[in-house]
Design a protein around this ligand. Sequence first.
Ligand SMILES: Cc1cc2nc3c(=O)[nH]c(=O)nc-3n(C[C@H](O)[C@H](O)[C@H](O)COP(=O)(O)OP(=O)(O)OC[C@H]3O[C@@H](n4cnc5c(N)ncnc54)[C@H](O)[C@@H]3O)c2cc1C
Length: 438
Amino acid sequence: MDRSIFHPEFKPRPYWWEAIPMGENPVAELPAKADVVIVGGGHTALNCAIELGRDGVRPVVLEAEDFGFGASTRNGGAVSVGVNLGKGMSGAKAGGADPTVQAMIGDAAESFTHIESVIAREGIDCHYERSGRFVGAFARKHYDSFAKRVAMLNELADADAKLVPRERVREEIATDYYHGGMTIERSGKLHPALYHRGLMAAAERHGATLVGKTRAGRLSRNGSAWTVETSRGTIAANEVVIATNGYTGGLTPDLKRRVIPLASHIIATEPLDPGRAKSLIPKGRTISDTPRVLTYYRMSPDGTRVLFGGRARFTPVEPEVSAAALHGMMVARWPQLKGVRVTHGWMGNTAFSFDFLPHMGVTQKGLHYAMGCNGSGVAMLSYLGAQVARKILGGGNSINAFDGRDFPTMPLYTGYPWFLPIIGGWYRFRDWLDRRVA
Ligand SMILES: Cc1cc2nc3c(=O)[nH]c(=O)nc-3n(C[C@H](O)[C@H](O)[C@H](O)COP(=O)(O)OP(=O)(O)OC[C@H]3O[C@@H](n4cnc5c(N)ncnc54)[C@H](O)[C@@H]3O)c2cc1C
């Protein structure tokens, strides 16, 4: 490994945590009962808690670690309008001709409206900007497929999307790496850890009790009442919501076998001089691209650092290992950043579903859930968390296109993704081939 890419003060933890005191929150007492217990302390859980609290219901949120431990304070902070929805689908479905897919894209547009209005209504200072997104085509055939996607996003999500031919890519990003791209104006970016802190404060203002360092360990039901046994005692509840996404574990084996915990990794570079930093993404957009081993990147809120993420590995590895791989991917796109050093490297778990769609619903045992972000959950899972709350408040009626759909699994899959290294290798080979053909 080339050690020269590491800054002497390299930290194997999220850059975002520089802005929040992780692990310093006092741990609240565990109440004996609650209207609703929500398991998990990220964007999904907190949006659910806020929506319940606004209607006078008092939820208790249980987080096994410190609040913010999960993906919600580790992500890239890109706020999207469903650009990745239906990626695993084929034919008419992927093209948006299917009415269910149309309804889903409509919900993705709603999720964008939801997150913008929560940030505004709750006064969350998280550097939110409606900055737009650029998606780079890794291969010529990917660019050819964008025309349909642009039309669909404009028609169903009012996304203000446009094709960017290869000769105009440099208006968006200082690289010749892509075979063209598309821009989506109705997209944004935020500081995920500050968004998370703002959600915590809002949830508490609306009457939620946030209980950190308390793992839900066993769930049992007697009639309509739940008992949740935790690492710090027992709590009774009328309803239980599971909001554990890529950290879904043995508490809910039936949900665990429906999501694949896929690691995603990010690095932050040292600050660049302002002229150079500004030249990289002149319009300040978030960037993503289309290989199977995709990358996503952006500048830090102060505009000085590159935050570069991707599936450097599909499984957890030491941050130094993934940082070196990501640095290589960054330099492939921006050769001008060759000598730039990395100050932070970290990872988190996303949750992929077998149909590449997010899901919410109620399990056979009667547990509410929302999960399956497929790598893009900042807006979508914020929305679905709030939708779970609306469903509880409304007496259980189905309320959106993701609600109550079949949540598939695979025979013999119990939640341990032994196949990921094999898929990772296969994806890398297919990407290499696509690029050769292009
Ligand atoms: C590196 C990375 C980059 C990403 N980039 C983007 C992006 O740019 N844009 C985007 O839209 N999405 C992105 N995502 C996805 C996004 O972060 C997630 O969709 C979202 O944060 C999920 O929120 P959540 O609340 O459902 O889960 P999480 O924030 O992961 O929280 C789940 C929590 O559940 C807790 N938990 C688990 N079991 C228990 C238990 N038994 N008892 C109590 N607590 C428990 C865990 O400790 C964990 O903190 C990214 C994800 C990662 C990892």
